[in-house]
Ligand binder design. Structure first.
Ligand SMILES: Nc1ncnc2c1ncn2[C@@H]1O[C@H](COP(=O)(O)OP(=O)(O)OP(=O)(O)O)[C@@H](O)[C@H]1O
Ligand SMILES: [Mg+2]
Length: 355
């Protein structure tokens, strides 16, 4: 898709992927040599320190604070390029799959914005619109184009441009986070629907992806910070200690009380997810092939087993660093922190494409 990109070719063969989340900023620098992709550096900065919050909790910060946090992360990380791509949160975008008659491209350029009015609740002057033809489908015997339509509010794009300028990065493109995560995580059978579950601090995003496109998306207003809050409530620990207990113990059988508090929150999220999956499968007569757990919340110990049992679908926890070459001594750490970095890795991978 063209809209969010500057059409600059990345000749440098080095690129930083930047993911500004509500609880923390993540960066990953990759480089490419002889067609192989290597990890140069990665880092995370908790935004909680700018407000009276604890690591792992969501924040809503003004641009200056985000710039300050991201700048200090860039400074502390071992990066040696300014070339970067940046993710835009899914909640800031409107993504629709639309069907249009098969017409020449020029005509399509005029027709899509008209059709877009039906799908986009804002005035078209307020949003930046982009689309790409992703395939064809037959509707009542007539061949139609399947078009992925993306709209982002202009003030959101402006905000991310200001952040990029503030942190002095040369941004090649902006990308909606789900496309970045899909690039880093989906390497299996493209022709079957997969699910990416992105568990962040205050919400969990659910996406059904088929052939690289989002078939269904949904945000559940509960995330990993709610698990820490539940642990704190049930065990009397303060929120900081509860966050540590969540990370250390998670769903371990050794601590039934903690396990129960964690499971109650997960049950809320996964009952909703089960409903979404049943709807999708019934409507499309397609079975979900696999579930991929991403986002920091998915680093929870035992979550993979919990979800595969709860949903009875093959489940894996995101390992985005598997698609890059990294030193042996880092492998264990990269596998533990992997889920937090899916988006940042996916952004950086895009920056190295077509070189
Ligand atoms: N090892 C771990 N075990 C359990 N939870 C973890 C672990 N590591 C991080 N988390 C939780 O993950 C959450 C943050 O996830 P993530 O970094 O994906 O969110 P974000 O990108 O900042 O938020 P969003 O994408 O929703 O804006 C925090 O609530 C944190 O407590
Ligand atoms: Mg995130």
């Amino acid at each position: 898709m063209g809209l969010l990109s500057n059409f600059i070719k990345n000749k440098d063969q080095k690129v930083i992927g930047v993911d500004i989340g509500s609880s923390s900023v993540k960066i990953v620098q990759l480089h490419k040599t002889s067609g192989k992709v290597y990890l140069d550096s990665y880092g995370e900065f908790s935004l909680a320190s700018y407000v009276n919050k604890v690591v792992g909790q969501a924040t809503s910060l003004p641009i200056e604070k985000i710039v300050a946090g991201t700048s200090s992360l860039l400074l502390d990380s071992n990066i040696n390029t300014k070339v970067a791509g940046m993710a835009i949160p899914f909640r800031s975008s409107m993504v629709s799959l639309i069907k249009m008659p098969k017409v020449p491209e020029k005509q399509l350029n005029e027709m899509v914005p008209i059709e877009a009015r039906k799908y986009i609740p804002s005035s078209l002057d307020e949003v930046t619109l982009d689309w790409s033809v992703i395939g064809t489908t037959e509707v009542s015997g007539v061949e139609q184009l399947k078009i992925l339509l993306v709209a982002i509010h202009n003030n959101i794009i402006e905000k991310y441009k200001q952040i990029s300028e503030g942190v002095k990065l040369d941004i090649l493109f902006y990308e909606i986070e789900v496309f970045s995560a899909a690039r880093a995580l989906l390497n299996t059978d493209f022709s079957k629907p997969s699910i990416i579950i992105d568990m962040g601090a205050n919400s969990t995003n659910f996406y059904v992806i088929l052939e690289g496109n989002i078939e269904v998306s949904h945000t559940i207003g509960r995330g990993s910070q709610d698990i820490s809050a539940a642990i704190s409530k049930s065990s009397g620990l303060d929120i900081k200690e509860a966050e540590m207990v969540k990370r250390d113990i998670g769903l371990s059988k050794n601590n039934p009380n903690i396990k129960k508090a964690v499971e109650m929150n997960l049950e809320y999220i996964f009952a909703e997810i089960e409903r979404l999956i049943t709807n999708y499968q019934n409507k499309n007569s397609l079975a979900i092939d696999e579930v991929i757990l991403s986002g920091g919340g998915s680093a929870l110990k035992g979550l993979g087993e919990f979800v595969s049992e709860r949903l009875s679908i093959k489940t894996r926890v995101a390992r985005p660093f598997d698609s890059v070459i990294a030193p042996e001594f880092l492998q264990e750490t990269l596998s533990e922190i992997g889920p937090s970095f899916s988006v940042a890795v996916g952004v950086a991978l895009r920056g190295l494409q077509d070189n």
